[in-house]
Design a protein around this ligand. Sequence first.
Ligand code: PMP
Length: 360
Amino acid sequence: MTVYNFCAGPAMLPVEVMKKAQKEFLDWQNLGVSVMEVSHRSAPYLEMAKQCEASLRRLMNISDEFEVLFMHGGGRGHFAAVPLNLHVDGVPGVYIENGIWSTGATKEGGKFTQTHAINIRTDENGQFDILPVSEWKLPENASFIHYCPNETIDGIEIFDVPKHSSAPIVADMSSNILSREINVNDFDLIYAGAQKNIGPSGLSIAIVRKTLLKREGLPRPAILDYAIEADQQSMYNTPPTFAWYLAFEVFKYLESIGGVKAMEAHNQEKAAILYDYIDGSGFYSNKVAKHCRSLMNVPFWLNDDSLNAKFLAEAEQNGLIALEGHRFVGGMRASIYNAMPIEGIKALVAFMDKFARENS
Ligand code: PMP
């Protein structure tokens, strides 16, 4: 039986990449040892790191005005790194809030800097909605504007990018990086934990506008210092070498299938199949307003909550795993990142439909 893994992260990775990694697991580049066992400062590893960055730059069309950093600490590491690096004395960091992760970023930021939180979300008549970017009331004075374009738990995605006359725009793209085309120049700092669309956990990526590296910020650990990481080519200390290598394999794979543009079309198609089915089912519902539904994380609820355990057990028997919603919101969630094939979506919809007919 084919198993489809809908986990929100660590998430499934492209099977082609996993097979290649398996093949060269014990002998990387004919060195007779695993990539895990070589020095990050050895010539083959440094070459891999260079090629990896070049591949990501091509995929996202990242200009020389940005540094690309391969770091530790996951998404939450950047929750701390952002205020520590970007703080300006007496000027608040502005945090846009529309779900669990963006709110978590504010909370962490508040440990280090003055925060100004702006709620853009409304929950009315059982529907979750957000204000369009043009209606966000951003203050003039901000050391940065932080927001989360894809709320992994809430299933809310923001497709427009905010603008500000002076403050840098910071985006937590942990769960939607490489899922659709963006213009990196619209941002000043993009960060993401790797374990959804990039590779295994342990690695995070930051794409930082070089001019921001001159900010003094606050005293901070060197491993969270963007300027030090940039200066040291992300090798201030031992990086998560295996995760970095696997990220490169994912990037190469993505380039080989047509890049982010092709992936976006694929992701649109997948999400449309699932949302259309849910909306028309009369048995399940998704509570997010249509204009801000996530392409990556699809939360859904059974109209009859008492069937939840049965749904999850039968889904698992059918090879559809990790569909339980986050403990904060309940219900179900299908995370359908880049690596989820359309066959996985079709299998899920077929199962959901059968379950609905049998339990109505
Ligand atoms: N931001 C977002 C949008 C996330 O989805 C997550 C993790 N699911 C995090 C931040 C935290 O990431 P990590 O666990 O890598 O610290």
